[in-house]
Ligand binder design. Structure first.
Ligand code: GSH
Length: 263
């Protein structure tokens, strides 16, 4: 069973008359009129966006049949497709009972997987980078020096979630990562790359969503009010249309972490 997502027609139709540097057609400029002295270098032409939906293997919900499940890496890929207004068709994979056909195309039996030119490609890092190369507009590149901002939060969250000893320092370790992120956002926000959302936010957002739901449920814990920039960052990311369209159900996030907490 699969579900096809179609962005608004206005976004899937052809973008006309983007002025592009013909020596490097992957970098469109934003000129609407070509300056006379650049006429030999630039020419207007038509760029078509992908209209055939990308096939994406995603984690299936535990609680509702044929619904997207709780994988933050899958959501990262779907967020990238959404933010780039690319249509996609989800194939729901029950990770507790993986179909034969899926095991044949997935080297590690993991989601997400996307089909590019008849070839299945794994790993959210590889997939999101390829999408950026193939569809550079709108750009989602995070500059390398900012790409790892907030990247230790997820492992600190898992450490605290699994911890059974309140005095083992795991809560403090998480607070310290969140506090560093709060300071960063105060100086550089509202997003990791400043004014615009970028790839690093699309990787971190789903992880913060899991943090909020799982720690709220299993530890009755929430991000403290002393970290207002982090709280407002989460609110901003979670309320984007792209996020609402691709987020997991609360019950699935809770279910997904159960074995880590109780096991
Ligand atoms: N490094 C991979 C990690 C993907 C991953 O760990 N996916 C999990 C689900 S969130 C998975 O498929 N696990 C296999 C399983 O549970 O059997 C990526 O970024 O895409």
């Amino acid at each position: 069973m699969s579900t096809t997502f179609h962005p608004p027609a206005s976004l899937t139709t052809t973008i006309k008359h983007l002025a592009c540097n013909l020596k490097n057609p992957l970098i469109p400029t934003h000129f609407t009129k070509t300056p006379p002295h650049l006429k030999s270098t630039f020419r207007k032409f038509t760029v078509s966006m992908a209209t055939t939906p990308f096939e994406v293997c995603v984690k299936a919900s535990y609680t509702v049949p044929n619904k997207l499940g709780d994988c933050p890496f899958t959501q990262r890929v779907l967020l990238t497709l959404e933010e780039k207004h690319l249509p996609y068709d989800m194939k729901f994979i029950d990770l507790k009972d993986k179909p034969e056909w899926f095991l044949k195309i997935s080297p590690e039996g993991k989601v997400p997987l996307i089909k590019f030119d008849e070839e299945w490609v794994a790993d959210s890092d590889v997939i999101t980078q390829s999408l950026e190369e193939k569809f550079p507009v709108p750009p989602l590149v995070t500059p390398p020096e900012k790409a790892s901002v907030g990247s230790k939060i997820f492992s600190a969250f898992i450490g605290f979630l699994k911890s059974k000893d309140p005095a083992d320092g795991t809560e403090q370790a998480l607070l310290s990562e969140l506090s560093a992120f709060n300071d960063y956002l105060k100086e550089n926000g509202p997003f990791i790359n400043g004014k615009e959302v970028s790839a690093a936010d699309l990787a971190l957002g789903p992880k913060l969503y899991h943090l909020e739901i799982a720690l709220g449920h299993y530890k009755k814990w929430s991000v403290p009010d002393s970290l207002p920039e982090v709280k407002s960052y989460m609110k901003t990311i979670f309320s984007r249309d792209s996020f609402i369209n691709t987020r997991a159900l609360t019950e699935d996030v809770i279910e997904g972490w159960r074995s880590k907490v109780e096991g």
